[in-house]
Design a protein around this ligand. Structure first.
Ligand code: NDP
Length: 303
């Protein structure tokens, strides 16, 4: 029988968080006579982006959050997109704005991120939110690293003094993850494609986080038996067992690493569900902020 004890169950953590979010959105409705609202902009026909947006909208609706889906054609100009964002910034009944990435090549991601009002920036990518996080006074924190931190706090209770190694330094995962772990008093090593002796760094980790985008790159030779491993990677590869079918794998070679480490997130069912739950958290937070209402951050409490 398969031993599931080492799995960090992202779905169950996500449900736990959503159970706290649901009453908050209900309370919001009774207080302000409308639901918290999230505008989601999707440009083009990228199938993976379509699936992500559908999941976000479905979870929002199930949690008393009004979602406004804005689908724009691939040919939309940067100017048109920025104007759309500016008008959403000005709409008082829109609490959160999310632009699904990646964008078509003719649109600058940074210009788009810079245009979103930082108080509606539920993805936490705006330079103001990025800077606040780095300074240890977070406003909106990117959903994926926020979800990883929530699981780590629940699994480990105390993060202070832990040796945390992150593979990948993107603005949406690796860097904010490093800031969060640093604020939690971990000793952080942020590695990337030019890092020398990557394996040696990883082997010393109490907490190992992979956000690389290389299928199953990290195997049993990168980990130690006390490591808690968080696999952020989502990679679609051919399924060796089913001809022509594809499957999702992470950046960690789950089968090889599972037998060695203390705990590990599976793919799918690990980081993914937590990312969406944290988006709901950030939306509720934005909605309360919009009404200048004190929001007690439910992620601070890991019970
Ligand atoms: P990026 O492509 O933006 O960044 C990848 C990072 O990995 C870069 O910093 C790069 O280094 C580093 N890297 C690449 N190759 C190596 C290597 N051989 N050794 C060490 N470091 C390497 O990716 P993202 O951060 O956006 O995403 C990473 C993964 O996480 C993807 O699979 C993505 O799909 C997934 N993801 C999952 C989410 C979820 O909800 N579960 C949410 C967001 C992302 P350098 O900077 O030097 O180029």
């Amino acid at each position: 029988m398969k031993n599931l004890d080492k799995n960090i169950d992202g779905k169950s953590y996500a449900n736990k968080l959503l159970k706290k979010i649901f009453p908050l959105s209900q309370e919001y409705f009774y207080k302000f006579n409308r639901k918290p609202s999230l505008a989601v902009i999707l440009i083009g026909e990228d199938p993976a982006s379509n699936v992500y947006v559908k999941n976000k909208i479905r979870t929002a609706e199930a949690n008393n959050i009004k979602s406004i889906e804005i689908k724009l054609p691939t040919e939309t100009s940067e100017k048109e997109l920025l104007q759309k964002i500016i008008s959403l910034n000005e709409e008082v009944e829109i609490d959160g704005i999310l632009v699904q990435l990646p964008l078509p090549n003719h649109i600058s991601e940074q210009n788009v991120i810079n245009t979103i009002n930082p108080d509606k920036d539920v993805d936490g990518f705006h330079p103001v939110n990025f800077g606040k996080l780095y300074m240890g006074v977070p406003n909106f924190v990117p959903c994926t690293p926020l979800g990883c931190l929530y699981m780590l706090k629940n699994e480990l209770k105390h993060l202070s003094g832990k040796n945390a190694v992150i593979v990948g330094r993107s603005n949406i995962v690796g860097k904010p993850m490093a800031s969060l772990l640093l604020s939690s008093d971990c000793t952080v090593t942020l590695t990337h494609s030019k890092t020398k002796y990557l394996k040696e760094h990883c082997k010393k980790a109490d907490i190992l986080i992979a956000a690389v985008g290389c299928p199953e790159m990290i195997d049993d030779t990168y980990v130690n038996e006390n490591a808690i491993v968080i696999d952020v990677g989502i990679n679609r590869v051919a399924d060796p067992l089913q001809n022509k079918k594809s499957m999702l794998v992470g950046d960690i070679n789950y089968k090889k690493v599972y037998n060695i480490v203390k705990k590990i997130t599976p793919v799918p069912g690990g980081v993914g569900p937590m990312t969406i739950a944290c988006l709901m958290h950030n939306t509720i937070k934005a909605a309360y902020k919009n009404k200048k209402y004190n929001f007690i951050d439910i992620l601070e409490d890991s019970t």
